[in-house]
Design a protein around this ligand. Sequence first.
Ligand code: ZN
Length: 241
Amino acid sequence: MLKLDILVLSVHPDDAELGCSGTILKHIALGKKVGIVDLTRGELGTRGSAEIRDQEAAASAKILGLTIRENLSLPDGFFENTREYQLKVIAVIRKYQPSIVITNAYHDRHPDHGRANQLVETAAFLAGLRKIETQGADDVLQEAWRPDLVLHFIQDNYIKPDILIDVTEYWDKKIESIHAFGSQFHNPEWEAEPQTYISSPEFINVVAARAMEFGKSIGVKYAEGFTSRKILGVDNLFSLK
Ligand SMILES: [Zn+2]
């Protein structure tokens, strides 16, 4: 069985890149196994199509060096935090038994982000209850598994982070992974398609500005911020900066 150290469960292909790809790259460089399971194929996105997003997600997975990238194909825009969808998320958490789950911001401009956060938080808890039965591959009953920690990245809305990770060394690679989604972000080849909030050339500057603002708080150039519903602890004071 393939066990992941970190499993990112975010709703649209490209959310993980925008929210936490620097942290993903940093932990892969530390020898950790990291995977992304996108909850939807982003089929309601104004530009591109689900098929194009699949290809872009695969290209970005290569850039990031992910161990796995899968898609749960929940309905973009219309999934809810219901038993039907909780069971699908529970099954994927049990499949990969991650120590840490990272998901979308708990509130954001796009309502899917906050709903994904609720769905993943609920499923991460329920995945630890052994009386909830789910089947893995070959219809084998899965073992209960609860991750130690669920973190939420910060995307469009400003949210005060509980923790910041220095991602300066991985910034260029993060931008490269974002640009793998050529249909979504500023790209002269896609001029004919309607422009959106995220396809303007300014959007990527805003992503950088946020990371620089977070970085400045801890004396580095770029940082990614996370929140947690549980209080976070560290081994000793020197892990803090
Ligand atoms: Zn999104």
